[in-house]
Write a protein that binds this ligand. Structure first.
Ligand code: ARG
Length: 566
């Protein structure tokens, strides 16, 4: 039963106001003491020309209570509705039972395509914890959209283009033999990059050689392309180690270089729009009338393209290739201006508004380790892979005396889960100090805690040995405080996912699974699940089953696996 609808129908009958609008006003009170649903009467004060508390009083007297609506109360201009508890349980259980393992999923996205661009590290450079954050947020968004029925495509816009690769090629030519780059590619390439940069600063002629090499690379010179490919392949091997640990995969790895031969069209279209102007020899699009002071540079005075040009080429390519409804860019807030600029310039490419409206920068705050910010230029970076391995090994240590068969696998699931959860626990725009020890606190609001409670639901079900049919359940057995609270949270799952999707905010799901896990823990402590009363036992087992699926699906949306045992 849809309680909101029933309430709205009642109010609408009396006031003769639109049912749907009324339904939209109905709230779920934070405090259980104010009923299960509340109607804020001030919403009607203007239309009915009466004070909210009078409206509340009148409606209360006019609406009849019944088997389902136990009690109605007028309080402070609100109308509070108390639904018969067993009805709430029945509704929630039936809704769950219709979906079971896929509970929470929906088809609201059917027929729509969403591109999620995330991770996008730079080849030959370290994959830093900022890249870890986009990878984790992006992967979660990918899962969320997919679960809601969208056709979802994951894109990795690799940073594989630019003068730095020419510099690296020059470095490789000079000292390739000294550095065994196959052995430890990113570190070696970073070292080479630092060294060639220093040399360029000392010696102008080296910088000039690098510029020429870049030109050669752009023109498809065989040797340069070969070395560049080698850098790219070696980098990808390293990145894929991280992706494998995280369980992340992409539908496309088309990086910036992929768009290098697709930029002429951007320039042509912008010229056609009349928006491309000359400024000190460069071609730019002025955006002052859009409230953006800095013009967007499209082509530098020396004729070379820039980062923004490749992004515009990517937008064009994606409209043609994917016919998308949304294209999300999960990129750090440092690039806010860049995305503002290219989204405005994209409007001059002559593409359908549907596409430009669908472009969205999913910004996230700065992340650093407690030791201080790392810099790849100075070379004092910590490898993300090492951080993940450290987390896994710490979990192994914590669990060393536990009787678990596949300890390595479990340590990986928990160690990685901890890092992922920590990255998603707060709203993405907040700055964060990433503290591994906090992430691994099994009793805190962490990934391992939620995993642990999920494992508990599994072991309860294992012990029970069966999942009852909902026709054997007496819904009244789940009306005590801790059970009904758990039921209500589970009932809210789909709404939470849709909210997370609208806000592109996985933290909403992270906070939800914490609530859910805590609520299961209370339920578990306050109720004996295996009892002598069969219908009570059935009800509690079934609620445990509901909690297990909801926790598992919630964790999956975050990108976190559930171990068999912990
Ligand atoms: N490679 C860039 C970086 O590491 C991020 C790329 C973001 N995506 C984009 N379409 N510009 O900072």
């Amino acid at each position: 039963m849809n309680f909101k609808q029933v309430i709205a129908e009642n109010i609408s009958k009396i006031t003769e106001l639109d049912k749907e609008e009324i339904e939209g006003f109905i709230e779920i009170p934070k405090d259980d003491g104010n009923g299960d649903f509340a109607f804020p009467c001030f919403r009607l004060a203007k239309t009915l020309k009466k004070a909210p508390n009078i409206i509340a009083e009148e409606l209360k007297n006019a609406i009849e209570t019944n088997d389902i609506m136990e009690k109605i109360e007028a309080l402070n201009g609100y109308l509070n509705f108390y639904i018969t508890k067993s009805e709430i349980v029945k509704t929630a259980v039936e809704k769950f039972d219709a979906k079971k393992e896929t509970y929470g999923s929906s088809d609201i996205g059917n027929g729509k395509t969403v591109l999620v661009e995330y991770s996008s590290p730079n080849i030959a450079k370290p994959f830093h914890i900022g890249h870890l954050k986009t990878t984790i947020i992006g992967h979660s968004l990918y899962n969320i959209y997919k679960f809601l029925g969208f056709d979802t495509i994951g894109l990795n816009h690799l940073g594989d283009y630019g003068t730095q690769f020419a510099k690296l090629i020059e470095a490789y030519k000079r000292w390739g033999d000294e550095y065994n780059i196959e052995e430890n590619p990113i570190e070696k390439m970073s070292q080479m990059y630092i060294r060639i940069n220093a040399l360029c600063e000392e010696d102008e002629s080296v910088l000039e050689e690098c510029r020429e090499t870049f030109k050669k690379l752009e023109d498809g010179d065989e040797y340069c392309t070969k070395i560049w490919n080698k850098f790219k392949e070696l980098s990808l091997v390293e990145f894929k180690k991280i992706y494998d640990l995280l369980g992340v995969d992409f539908d496309s790895y088309n990086g910036e270089a992929f768009y290098s031969d697709k930029m002429d069209e951007v320039i042509r279209l912008l010229e056609k729009s009349g928006k491309l102007t000359e400024s000190q020899g460069a071609k730019v699009v002025d955006l002052a009338d859009k409230g953006i002071k800095a013009p967007c540079i499209i082509q530098k005075a020396n004729g070379s393209s820039i980062y923004a040009t490749r992004d515009l080429a990517a937008i064009l390519y994606r409209t043609k290739t994917y016919d998308f409804d949304k294209c999300l860019y999960v990129v750090a807030e440092e690039q806010n201006l860049h995305f503002k600029q290219i989204f405005e310039v994209a409007k001059y490419l002559g593409i359908d508004e549907k596409y430009t409206n669908g472009l969205e920068h999913i910004s996230y705050g700065m992340i650093r380790l407690p030791e201080g910010k790392m810099s790849s230029r100075k070379g004092n970076f910590i490898k993300v892979e090492d951080l993940l391995e450290e987390s896994i090994s710490k979990v192994k240590d914590i669990m060393k005396d536990r009787d678990i068969e596949n300890k390595d696998e479990v340590a990986k699931q928990v160690g990685i889960g901890a890092v992922i959860f920590e990255d998603l626990a707060e709203s993405r725009i907040k700055n964060q100090v990433f503290d591994l020890n906090e992430a691994l606190n099994f009793n805190g609001e962490t990934g391992p805690y939620v995993q642990y409670m999920t494992v508990r639901t599994k072991s309860v079900l294992e012990k029970a040995g069966y999942i009852p049919s909902i026709y054997d359940i007496n819904f009244k057995s789940l009306t005590d405080d801790s059970s009904i609270r758990l039921v209500k949270i589970i009932d809210n799952f789909e709404k939470i996912i849709i909210d997370a999707m609208h806000k592109n905010e996985p933290s909403i799901i992270a906070r939800y699974v914490i609530d859910l896990a805590e609520s299961y823990s209370t339920f578990y402590n306050e109720n004996k699940i295996l009892t002598d009363v069969k219908e009570e036992q059935d009800a509690r087992i079934y609620l445990t089953y509901m909690a297990k699926i909801t926790l598992t699906n919630g964790l999956h949306l975050l990108g976190i696996e559930v171990p068999d045992k912990m």
